[in-house]
Design a protein around this ligand. Structure first.
Ligand SMILES: [Zn+2]
Length: 307
């Protein structure tokens, strides 16, 4: 289904279906009426059905996540409804969701059960051209990104913009437009965008370290191995490991080699996991400070000795 599993009656008719064909598809359970005049095929996932049942469209973080764009740590369903919408079926949408026992991955992005985060559409943005077949259930890219920036804290907002650029979810020109639509209090984050970041977590660490006063360079080549995510004050390499699972022996072996290559190049190396960012950042930052300070002191000491 070119419409992505959900379509309005109007869209189906514009694609050449006849009322008779729609009736027949419904009677054969190929199409199911999710809400008056809107139909879903078997291809439609839970996020799409919940958004439509509630009376809105998949938006904000949920729209980003299904396009493999970084959408932070809020896994609720984000839905956008028209300003004029009423009788929202919130309870109905809240009662279903991906069971907590299911593991999320890049291909399993469906939101948690519970009350969705509802966004009210400010004005009718005609960003999708009228021929877009997904317009019945999905908010367009730039609108979704703007919602996601406003819906998250600054560091997660920057991570979403980095990721949206890197994955080509939006183009640079659209990010220029985005900032014309953002309030004055958020204009300063523009200088912190860097789409070379490999992951949202890498962006978060980069932003936090720069804000803490470190000079942070990104995607640093070291002889004999792959690039390091970050180089701090020119003396310590840091990789942000976003993998949830560590079952990949080849990857672990490669990471050991990487650490050796960095030390071999005279650069002490650190490797951190998401929990070091979100659960124990003060301790993590203290370790980074100490390691960087020691490395700078050693460099200075050698410089003096060589005079
Ligand atoms: Zn949102």
């Amino acid at each position: 289904m070119v419409t992505g599993g959900v379509a309005s009656r109007g869209t189906l008719l514009s694609l050449g279906a006849t009322p008779r064909m729609i009736d027949r598809a419904r009677s054969l359970h190929i199409l199911q009426s999710v809400r008056r005049g809107i139909y879903a095929s078997a291809q439609a996932d839970l996020d799409q059905r919940r958004a439509i049942r509630l009376g809105g469209k998949v938006a904000c973080l949920s729209a980003l996540r299904r396009n493999r764009v970084w959408a932070g740590i809020d896994t609720r369903l984000h839905v956008c409804v028209r300003r004029s919408a009423h009788h929202l079926h919130v309870q109905e949408a809240a009662s279903v969701g991906l069971p907590a026992t299911s593991r999320r991955s890049d291909t399993n992005f469906v939101a948690d059960p519970g009350a969705p985060r509802v966004h009210w559409q400010r004005s009718e943005h005609r960003e999708f051209d009228e021929s877009s077949y997904q317009r019945d259930w999905l908010m367009p890219p730039l609108t979704s990104l703007r919602q996601a920036v406003l819906c998250q804290n600054e560091e997660q907002a920057i991570a979403s913009i980095d990721s949206a650029l890197r994955t080509r979810f939006v183009a640079q020109g659209q990010v220029d437009r985005l900032f014309t639509q953002l309030p004055a209090r958020l204009q300063h984050i523009r200088a912190e965008i860097d789409p070379t970041a490999d992951s949202g977590n890498e962006t978060i660490v980069r932003v936090r370290l720069r804000r803490a006063g470190f000079i942070v360079e990104t995607q640093i080549p070291v002889p004999g191995t792959s690039q390091f995510d970050l180089l701090i004050d020119g003396v310590v390499t840091l990789d942000v490991d976003s993998r949830q699972w560590h079952g990949d022996e080849a990857q672990i072996s490669w990471d050991f080699d990487k650490t050796l290559c960095s030390f071999g190049a005279g650069l002490p190396s650190l490797r951190i996991l998401p929990r070091h960012i979100y659960q124990s950042w003060p301790q993590t930052l203290a370790v980074i400070r100490r390691t960087v300070a020691d490395a700078k002191e050693l460099r200075e000491f050698r410089r003096m000795g060589s005079r």
